[in-house]
Design a protein around this ligand. Structure first.
Ligand code: NDP
Length: 501
């Protein structure tokens, strides 16, 4: 989609009506206690407004509504074509309102408008459309038996799904979870991240307009330890799908074990490698991929390729060109369509990232580019990009997920050392490999312990391909692809004895 100018997006921002209440059982309502949390624009430091801070009693009310409508079958057992038509309508409503949603997301999270427009005008509606179109093309199975039986295996929606979201891709993560959950016939209780509630609340309005029945979709903003925990521990919630930190993922497993043993789908952190084997020609395309894999979304991306593992034969040229390209990243006002790097999502997160920058400065790595403090602006949340070289695997900045614009380069000698270095991590979400040798590419792809491998390009795949992590990056659950449906469906066997007469 063609981008408009800054004045156009600013004018939308100036006229926005921001939703402030929870969406429960088909209408907006304040938290029963009246509690609210404040929303701040990280690019300006201004308060945008408040949103309801849902308490366990609000979660309980939403779960009761979700269970009521699930039991009634209005959505869970309606004709596949009906559910499909509603979700296709929702996809179109998102497209029609994408400028407004994108501006809302940009001012709430600090994400550059050009990224918000791309995600919200294409990826988000396409996700709803793809799962909508799957609904009437998904078949059960008949197991092989002799003529004395007919054994059917069917899939049924699991019930009420709790969807707990992060702040880095607010509406896209809502879509990745909500589209398959709704397509499967589940009811949903969604908790957006406390920093970024607005687009999920606006989505609820559009969903109601599309025809999603009251109670099927409930949006409960609030804090993790109250709203999130109440979802994790609720006996009336049948499954949770979570994206966020590994630390909070552990809490959800605990909540489940201490309540109703609900399955927990986990999509968590990463420290993903970008590997360049020695046979690689350093092209502009390679450098574009290296820089965007690290600095896209300000590095606030679970699959950010922050460990760049480069063969010693080419590391010098690679480093020089990455630094030159990184210097040109446009840092600034997220509503300017030319901006590529906005502020970190909060001041607290900015301070965490700066602690890592300081650990890099004092921890033994060399600094090839240090622009972390170079940008002074309308708020204190900005962190410019840094590039560290001669990073070694045991350094703090090489092991821990920073979630900010801090790239580290490790030098290796040969493919096996690159592979060992890449796999030397508690995480296993993503990897990129650049090589001109297809045998080496496939060898690496098979041996890298992670859920997605991009060859000769940084990519998370598309809506047709599953996304999730090995090791401490995830559980067996996957977002995207037909695999995402498995989080929200359960198998039932129906065995019919056939009278042989
Ligand atoms: P969290 O894991 O804390 O937050 C993710 C979601 O879980 C939010 O909705 C959050 O609510 C909720 N939550 C937080 N604490 C609890 C709890 N005790 N019980 C139930 N739910 C809870 O991520 P942060 O936002 O704090 O980010 C911290 C780090 O997590 C980042 O620096 C990054 O390393 C990683 N992260 C990874 C993401 C990914 O895409 N894999 C996305 C976001 C973060 P609340 O909004 O109130 O905190």
């Amino acid at each position: 989609m063609a981008l408009k100018d800054k004045a156009y997006y600013q004018a939308i921002a100036d006229q926005l009506v921001l939703p402030s209440q929870a969406f429960i059982d088909g209408s907006f309502a304040p938290a029963a206690s009246g509690a609210v949390i404040r929303s701040i624009n990280p690019a300006t430091g201004e308060t945008l407004g408040t949103v309801s801070h849902c308490q366990p009693e609000d979660v309980d009310r939403a779960v009761k509504a979700a269970r009521r409508v699930f039991g009634a079958g209005t959505w869970s057992r309606c004709a596949p074509e009906e559910r499909k038509a509603v979700l296709l309508k929702l996809a179109n409503l998102i497209r029609e309102n994408s400028d407004e949603l994108a501006v809302m997301e940009s001012i709430d999270s600090g994400k550059p408008i050009k990224d918000c427009i791309h995600e919200i005008s294409t990826e988000v509606p396409n996700t709803f459309q793809w799962y909508a179109e799957l609904i009437d093309k998904s078949f059960g199975k008949i197991a092989p038996t002799d003529a004395s039986a007919c054994a059917m295996i069917i899939k049924e929606p699991i019930g009420v799904a709790g969807l707990v979201l992060p702040w880095n891709f607010p509406l896209l993560m809502a879509a990745w979870k909500l589209a398959p959950a709704l397509a499967s016939g589940c009811s949903a209780i969604v908790k957006p991240a406390e920093q970024t509630s607005y687009t999920a609340l606006r989505l609820a309005e559009l969903a109601a307009e599309a025809g999603i029945p009251a109670g099927v979709l409930n949006i409960l903003p609030g804090l993790g330890e109250t709203t999130g925990q109440a979802i994790g521990r609720h006996h009336g919630i049948d499954v949770v799908s979570f994206t966020g930190s590994t630390e909070v993922g552990r809490y959800f497993l605990k909540y489940s074990s201490e309540s109703n043993l609900k399955p927990i789908g986990l999509e968590m952190g990463g420290k993903s490698p970008f590997i360049i084997l020695g046979d690689t020609k350093i092209t502009d395309d390679l450098i574009d991929n290296a820089v965007s894999s690290a600095f896209w979304n300000g590095g606030q991306n679970c699959s950010a390729n922050m460990r760049q593992i480069v063969d010693k034969k080419i590391v010098e040229e690679f480093t020089h060109r990455v630094v030159e390209k990184t210097k040109k990243i446009a840092v600034g006002n997220p509503l300017d369509p030319l901006t590529e790097l906005g502020p970190m999502v909060t001041l607290e997160h900015r301070n965490t990232v700066m602690r890592y920058v300081e650990a890099g400065r004092t921890g033994g790595a060399d600094i090839a580019l240090d622009m972390a403090d170079a940008y002074t602006s309308t708020s204190d949340c900005f962190v410019g990009p840094s590039v560290f070289t001669n990073m070694t695997p045991e350094m703090k900045i090489a092991r821990e997920e920073i979630f900010g614009p801090v790239l580290g380069i490790l030098t290796v000698d040969g493919m096996e050392e690159a592979l060992a270095c890449a796999n030397n991590s508690d995480y296993g979400l993503h990897a990129t490999v650049f090589t001109q040798d297809i045998d080496k590419a496939l060898y690496m792809a098979r041996r890298l312990a992670c859920g997605t491998v991009g060859i000769n390009g940084f990519t998370e795949g598309d809506i047709k391909t599953p996304f999730g992590g090995y090791k401490q990056s995830g559980s067996l659950a996957r977002d995207k692809g037909t695999e995402a449906m498995d989080q929200y469906l359960q198998s039932k066997t129906i065995w019919i004895n056939v009278n042989q007469g």
